[in-house]
Write a protein that binds this ligand. Sequence first.
Ligand code: ADE
Ligand code: ZN
Length: 340
Amino acid sequence: MNKENLKAKIQAMPKIELHVHLKGATRPETILKLAKKNNISLPAKNLAEMKEWFKFKNFNHFLDVYMQTAMCFMEPEDIELAAKEFLTEQARQNIVYTELTYTANHLTMSFEDQLAALNSAKSWGESHLGVSMNYVIDIPRSMTFGDHQERSQRFAKQAVSGMGKGVVALGLAGDENKYTVEFFSPAFDIAKEAGLPIVPHAGEAAGPQSMLDAIQYCDPPRIGHGVRCVEDKNLMALLKERQIHLEISPTSNICLGIFDTMDNHSFPEISAAGIPFSINSDDPPYFNTTLTDELIMAAERLDWSAEDTEQYMLNTAEATLLPATEKSALIAKIKTSWTT
Ligand code: ADE
Ligand code: ZN
Protein backbone atom coordinates (compact mmCIF):
# COMPACT_ATOMS: atom_id res chain seq x y z
CA MET A 1 0.00 0.00 0.00
CA ASN A 2 1.47 3.38 -0.87
CA LYS A 3 2.62 5.54 2.05
CA GLU A 4 0.00 8.27 1.68
CA ASN A 5 -2.90 5.79 1.47
CA LEU A 6 -1.63 3.84 4.47
CA LYS A 7 -1.31 7.04 6.49
CA ALA A 8 -4.82 8.18 5.52
CA LYS A 9 -6.27 4.77 6.36
CA ILE A 10 -4.68 4.73 9.82
CA GLN A 11 -5.74 8.30 10.54
CA ALA A 12 -9.35 7.57 9.63
CA MET A 13 -9.83 4.06 11.04
CA PRO A 14 -11.34 3.41 14.47
CA LYS A 15 -8.44 2.57 16.77
CA ILE A 16 -7.83 0.92 20.13
CA GLU A 17 -5.12 1.77 22.65
CA LEU A 18 -4.06 -0.67 25.37
CA HIS A 19 -1.13 1.10 27.05
CA VAL A 20 -1.38 4.76 27.99
CA HIS A 21 -1.17 6.40 31.45
CA LEU A 22 -3.67 9.11 32.38
CA LYS A 23 -1.11 11.20 34.27
CA GLY A 24 1.35 10.66 31.42
CA ALA A 25 -1.23 11.73 28.85
CA THR A 26 -2.10 14.99 30.57
CA ARG A 27 -1.18 18.08 28.58
CA PRO A 28 1.64 20.26 29.99
CA GLU A 29 -0.82 23.21 29.94
CA THR A 30 -3.14 21.27 32.25
CA ILE A 31 -0.31 20.20 34.56
CA LEU A 32 0.68 23.86 34.95
CA LYS A 33 -2.95 24.78 35.60
CA LEU A 34 -3.32 22.09 38.29
CA ALA A 35 0.01 23.03 39.90
CA LYS A 36 -1.16 26.66 40.18
CA LYS A 37 -4.61 25.73 41.49
CA ASN A 38 -3.21 23.30 44.08
CA ASN A 39 -0.22 25.45 45.12
CA ILE A 40 2.39 22.99 43.96
CA SER A 41 5.81 24.25 43.06
CA LEU A 42 7.23 22.60 39.92
CA PRO A 43 10.73 23.20 38.49
CA ALA A 44 8.99 24.36 35.26
CA LYS A 45 6.82 27.49 35.41
CA ASN A 46 5.68 27.83 31.80
CA LEU A 47 5.34 25.79 28.60
CA ALA A 48 8.86 26.59 27.37
CA GLU A 49 10.30 25.41 30.69
CA MET A 50 8.08 22.31 30.62
CA LYS A 51 9.55 21.49 27.21
CA GLU A 52 13.06 21.70 28.65
CA TRP A 53 12.03 19.70 31.73
CA PHE A 54 10.69 16.93 29.48
CA LYS A 55 14.15 16.31 27.97
CA PHE A 56 14.88 13.11 29.82
CA LYS A 57 18.47 12.24 30.65
CA ASN A 58 17.61 8.63 31.48
CA PHE A 59 14.81 6.37 32.69
CA ASN A 60 15.03 7.42 36.35
CA HIS A 61 15.04 11.08 35.40
CA PHE A 62 11.80 10.47 33.49
CA LEU A 63 10.25 8.72 36.52
CA ASP A 64 11.25 11.62 38.75
CA VAL A 65 9.58 14.17 36.44
CA TYR A 66 6.55 11.89 36.06
CA MET A 67 6.12 11.51 39.85
CA GLN A 68 6.34 15.28 40.38
CA THR A 69 3.73 16.04 37.73
CA ALA A 70 1.44 13.24 39.00
CA MET A 71 1.44 14.91 42.42
CA CYS A 72 -0.29 17.98 40.91
CA PHE A 73 -3.54 15.99 41.05
CA MET A 74 -5.11 16.75 44.43
CA GLU A 75 -8.90 16.59 43.99
CA PRO A 76 -11.36 14.36 42.09
CA GLU A 77 -12.23 17.31 39.82
CA ASP A 78 -8.55 17.36 38.69
CA ILE A 79 -8.84 13.73 37.61
CA GLU A 80 -12.15 14.32 35.89
CA LEU A 81 -10.71 17.29 33.98
CA ALA A 82 -7.64 15.32 32.84
CA ALA A 83 -9.77 12.30 31.90
CA LYS A 84 -12.19 14.45 29.87
CA GLU A 85 -9.28 16.10 28.06
CA PHE A 86 -7.77 12.66 27.50
CA LEU A 87 -10.98 11.31 25.93
CA THR A 88 -11.31 14.44 23.80
CA GLU A 89 -7.86 13.73 22.36
CA GLN A 90 -8.67 10.03 21.90
CA ALA A 91 -11.85 11.02 20.02
CA ARG A 92 -9.88 13.45 17.85
CA GLN A 93 -7.74 10.50 16.76
CA ASN A 94 -10.78 8.18 16.46
CA ILE A 95 -9.46 5.95 19.25
CA VAL A 96 -12.80 4.43 20.14
CA TYR A 97 -11.67 2.31 23.08
CA THR A 98 -8.78 2.66 25.55
CA GLU A 99 -7.53 0.58 28.47
CA LEU A 100 -6.15 3.44 30.53
CA THR A 101 -3.51 2.93 33.19
CA TYR A 102 -4.29 4.89 36.33
CA THR A 103 -2.07 5.19 39.42
CA ALA A 104 -4.25 5.87 42.45
CA ASN A 105 -1.39 7.05 44.68
CA HIS A 106 -3.02 10.07 46.29
CA LEU A 107 -3.30 10.69 50.00
CA THR A 108 -5.82 13.50 49.47
CA MET A 109 -8.49 11.36 47.75
CA SER A 110 -10.12 8.01 48.45
CA PHE A 111 -9.91 5.34 45.76
CA GLU A 112 -13.72 5.43 45.42
CA ASP A 113 -13.65 9.15 44.68
CA GLN A 114 -10.86 8.73 42.12
CA LEU A 115 -12.77 5.94 40.37
CA ALA A 116 -15.99 7.98 40.44
CA ALA A 117 -14.14 10.89 38.79
CA LEU A 118 -12.83 8.59 36.05
CA ASN A 119 -16.29 7.11 35.52
CA SER A 120 -17.92 10.52 35.35
CA ALA A 121 -15.51 11.41 32.51
CA LYS A 122 -16.15 8.01 30.91
CA SER A 123 -19.96 8.53 30.84
CA TRP A 124 -19.41 11.98 29.36
CA GLY A 125 -17.04 10.56 26.73
CA GLU A 126 -19.50 7.85 25.77
CA SER A 127 -22.45 10.19 25.40
CA HIS A 128 -20.69 13.25 23.96
CA LEU A 129 -17.80 11.80 21.99
CA GLY A 130 -18.72 8.18 21.26
CA VAL A 131 -15.49 6.84 22.79
CA SER A 132 -15.01 4.68 25.85
CA MET A 133 -12.39 3.40 28.27
CA ASN A 134 -11.72 1.01 31.12
CA TYR A 135 -8.90 1.03 33.65
CA VAL A 136 -5.73 -0.77 34.59
CA ILE A 137 -5.02 0.23 38.21
CA ASP A 138 -1.29 -0.06 38.64
CA ILE A 139 1.03 -0.58 41.58
CA PRO A 140 3.86 1.98 41.25
CA ARG A 141 7.08 0.09 41.98
CA SER A 142 8.74 3.34 42.96
CA MET A 143 6.36 4.69 45.60
CA THR A 144 7.79 7.76 47.24
CA PHE A 145 6.38 7.08 50.72
CA GLY A 146 4.92 4.35 52.90
CA ASP A 147 5.56 0.66 53.30
CA HIS A 148 5.78 -0.83 49.80
CA GLN A 149 4.51 -4.26 50.73
CA GLU A 150 1.48 -2.97 52.63
CA ARG A 151 0.65 -0.31 50.05
CA SER A 152 0.99 -2.66 47.08
CA GLN A 153 -1.58 -4.95 48.68
CA ARG A 154 -3.84 -1.99 49.28
CA PHE A 155 -3.60 -1.03 45.57
CA ALA A 156 -4.50 -4.61 44.64
CA LYS A 157 -7.53 -4.58 46.97
CA GLN A 158 -8.63 -1.25 45.52
CA ALA A 159 -8.30 -2.59 41.98
CA VAL A 160 -10.40 -5.61 42.94
CA SER A 161 -13.03 -3.32 44.49
CA GLY A 162 -13.35 -1.60 41.11
CA MET A 163 -14.20 -4.78 39.19
CA GLY A 164 -17.51 -4.26 37.41
CA LYS A 165 -17.00 -0.48 37.72
CA GLY A 166 -14.45 -0.12 34.92
CA VAL A 167 -11.35 -1.78 36.38
CA VAL A 168 -10.25 -4.58 34.04
CA ALA A 169 -6.74 -5.33 35.36
CA LEU A 170 -4.10 -4.75 37.99
CA GLY A 171 -0.88 -3.24 36.58
CA LEU A 172 2.69 -2.73 37.76
CA ALA A 173 4.72 0.30 36.63
CA GLY A 174 7.63 2.46 37.80
CA ASP A 175 11.24 1.50 38.40
CA GLU A 176 11.63 -2.07 37.14
CA ASN A 177 15.14 -2.33 38.60
CA LYS A 178 14.20 -1.25 42.11
CA TYR A 179 11.69 -3.90 43.17
CA THR A 180 11.34 -7.33 41.58
CA VAL A 181 8.01 -8.76 40.48
CA GLU A 182 8.39 -11.42 43.17
CA PHE A 183 8.38 -8.76 45.90
CA PHE A 184 4.82 -7.85 44.91
CA SER A 185 3.54 -11.44 44.68
CA PRO A 186 1.25 -11.11 47.77
CA ALA A 187 -0.51 -8.24 45.98
CA PHE A 188 -0.79 -10.27 42.77
CA ASP A 189 -2.31 -13.14 44.74
CA ILE A 190 -5.12 -10.82 45.83
CA ALA A 191 -5.91 -10.03 42.19
CA LYS A 192 -5.62 -13.66 41.09
CA GLU A 193 -7.97 -14.83 43.82
CA ALA A 194 -10.56 -12.32 42.62
CA GLY A 195 -10.10 -13.29 38.96
CA LEU A 196 -8.65 -9.89 38.02
CA PRO A 197 -6.01 -10.15 35.25
CA ILE A 198 -2.53 -8.68 35.88
CA VAL A 199 -0.72 -6.73 33.14
CA PRO A 200 2.71 -5.70 34.46
CA HIS A 201 5.35 -3.49 32.84
CA ALA A 202 8.42 -5.70 32.25
CA GLY A 203 11.27 -6.06 29.79
CA GLU A 204 11.63 -2.28 29.45
CA ALA A 205 14.28 -0.90 31.88
CA ALA A 206 15.23 -4.48 32.82
CA GLY A 207 15.92 -7.52 30.67
CA PRO A 208 14.41 -10.99 30.05
CA GLN A 209 14.59 -12.18 33.67
CA SER A 210 12.12 -9.48 34.66
CA MET A 211 9.69 -10.80 32.00
CA LEU A 212 10.19 -14.40 33.12
CA ASP A 213 9.41 -13.29 36.70
CA ALA A 214 6.32 -11.44 35.45
CA ILE A 215 5.13 -14.59 33.67
CA GLN A 216 5.79 -16.70 36.77
CA TYR A 217 4.13 -14.42 39.34
CA CYS A 218 1.42 -12.67 37.30
CA ASP A 219 0.37 -15.15 34.61
CA PRO A 220 -0.25 -12.08 32.43
CA PRO A 221 -2.41 -12.04 29.30
CA ARG A 222 -0.35 -8.99 28.27
CA ILE A 223 2.95 -7.41 29.29
CA GLY A 224 3.64 -3.66 29.14
CA HIS A 225 6.59 -3.09 26.76
CA GLY A 226 8.38 -6.48 26.85
CA VAL A 227 10.59 -5.21 24.04
CA ARG A 228 13.76 -6.68 25.57
CA CYS A 229 12.45 -10.24 25.06
CA VAL A 230 14.65 -10.35 21.95
CA GLU A 231 17.66 -10.82 24.28
CA ASP A 232 16.44 -14.37 25.05
CA LYS A 233 15.25 -16.69 22.24
CA ASN A 234 13.70 -19.16 24.74
CA LEU A 235 11.63 -16.35 26.21
CA MET A 236 10.48 -15.37 22.70
CA ALA A 237 9.40 -18.97 22.09
CA LEU A 238 7.48 -18.97 25.39
CA LEU A 239 5.69 -15.70 24.53
CA LYS A 240 4.70 -17.12 21.16
CA GLU A 241 3.58 -20.45 22.59
CA ARG A 242 1.44 -18.82 25.29
CA GLN A 243 0.41 -15.97 22.96
CA ILE A 244 1.28 -13.37 25.59
CA HIS A 245 0.57 -9.98 24.05
CA LEU A 246 3.21 -7.22 24.23
CA GLU A 247 2.03 -3.61 24.54
CA ILE A 248 4.80 -1.85 22.61
CA SER A 249 5.39 1.92 22.76
CA PRO A 250 8.21 2.58 20.25
CA THR A 251 8.87 6.31 20.77
CA SER A 252 8.72 5.96 24.56
CA ASN A 253 11.46 3.33 24.28
CA ILE A 254 13.67 5.68 22.25
CA CYS A 255 13.08 8.68 24.56
CA LEU A 256 13.91 6.56 27.62
CA GLY A 257 17.04 5.06 26.07
CA ILE A 258 15.87 1.44 25.82
CA PHE A 259 17.06 1.51 22.17
CA ASP A 260 19.37 4.15 20.75
CA THR A 261 17.51 4.62 17.44
CA MET A 262 14.19 3.48 15.95
CA ASP A 263 16.18 1.47 13.39
CA ASN A 264 17.43 -0.66 16.28
CA HIS A 265 14.01 -1.13 17.93
CA SER A 266 12.95 -4.76 18.40
CA PHE A 267 9.33 -4.51 17.24
CA PRO A 268 10.00 -5.81 13.68
CA GLU A 269 11.74 -8.87 15.19
CA ILE A 270 8.86 -9.41 17.64
CA SER A 271 6.34 -9.13 14.80
CA ALA A 272 8.31 -11.57 12.61
CA ALA A 273 8.49 -14.05 15.51
CA GLY A 274 4.68 -14.31 15.68
CA ILE A 275 4.40 -12.80 19.18
CA PRO A 276 1.12 -10.86 19.51
CA PHE A 277 1.65 -7.13 20.03
CA SER A 278 0.01 -3.75 19.87
CA ILE A 279 1.44 -0.30 19.26
CA ASN A 280 0.81 2.34 21.95
CA SER A 281 1.79 5.84 23.05
CA ASP A 282 2.52 5.29 26.82
CA ASP A 283 2.82 8.97 27.90
CA PRO A 284 2.21 10.90 24.64
CA PRO A 285 2.99 14.55 25.55
CA TYR A 286 6.08 13.45 27.46
CA PHE A 287 7.43 11.84 24.30
CA ASN A 288 5.89 14.32 21.87
CA THR A 289 3.91 11.64 20.07
CA THR A 290 0.39 10.30 19.45
CA LEU A 291 -0.98 6.80 18.93
CA THR A 292 -1.73 7.69 15.30
CA ASP A 293 1.89 8.74 14.69
CA GLU A 294 3.19 5.58 16.36
CA LEU A 295 0.93 3.38 14.25
CA ILE A 296 1.83 5.10 10.98
CA MET A 297 5.54 4.70 11.77
CA ALA A 298 5.13 1.01 12.66
CA ALA A 299 2.89 0.22 9.67
CA GLU A 300 5.40 1.78 7.27
CA ARG A 301 8.28 -0.07 8.88
CA LEU A 302 6.40 -3.40 8.76
CA ASP A 303 5.20 -2.68 5.23
CA TRP A 304 1.56 -3.38 6.12
CA SER A 305 -1.08 -3.77 3.44
CA ALA A 306 -4.64 -2.49 4.03
CA GLU A 307 -5.59 -6.02 5.12
CA ASP A 308 -2.61 -6.24 7.52
CA THR A 309 -3.70 -2.95 9.10
CA GLU A 310 -7.27 -4.20 9.53
CA GLN A 311 -6.07 -7.52 10.94
CA TYR A 312 -3.82 -5.64 13.37
CA MET A 313 -6.81 -3.70 14.74
CA LEU A 314 -8.90 -6.87 15.07
CA ASN A 315 -6.02 -8.56 16.96
CA THR A 316 -5.81 -5.54 19.25
CA ALA A 317 -9.57 -5.75 19.91
CA GLU A 318 -9.10 -9.44 20.76
CA ALA A 319 -6.36 -8.48 23.24
CA THR A 320 -8.65 -6.13 25.19
CA LEU A 321 -9.85 -7.28 28.60
CA LEU A 322 -13.49 -6.54 27.80
CA PRO A 323 -16.20 -9.07 28.66
CA ALA A 324 -17.08 -11.27 25.64
CA THR A 325 -20.24 -9.41 24.58
CA GLU A 326 -18.57 -6.00 24.75
CA LYS A 327 -15.56 -7.34 22.86
CA SER A 328 -17.82 -8.64 20.09
CA ALA A 329 -19.55 -5.26 19.91
CA LEU A 330 -16.17 -3.50 19.61
CA ILE A 331 -15.05 -5.88 16.86
CA ALA A 332 -18.35 -5.34 15.00
CA LYS A 333 -17.94 -1.55 15.30
CA ILE A 334 -14.45 -1.73 13.83
CA LYS A 335 -15.47 -4.05 11.00
CA THR A 336 -18.49 -1.94 10.11
CA SER A 337 -16.27 1.07 9.55
CA TRP A 338 -14.48 -0.78 6.74
CA THR A 339 -17.60 -1.78 4.90
CA THR A 340 -19.61 1.45 5.12
N1 ADE B 1 4.96 5.09 34.20
C1 ADE B 1 4.63 5.86 33.16
N2 ADE B 1 5.30 5.50 32.07
C2 ADE B 1 6.09 4.46 32.43
C3 ADE B 1 7.02 3.64 31.75
N3 ADE B 1 7.29 3.82 30.45
N4 ADE B 1 7.66 2.68 32.45
C4 ADE B 1 7.40 2.51 33.74
N5 ADE B 1 6.53 3.23 34.43
C5 ADE B 1 5.88 4.22 33.79
ZN1 ZN C 1 3.71 2.45 30.65
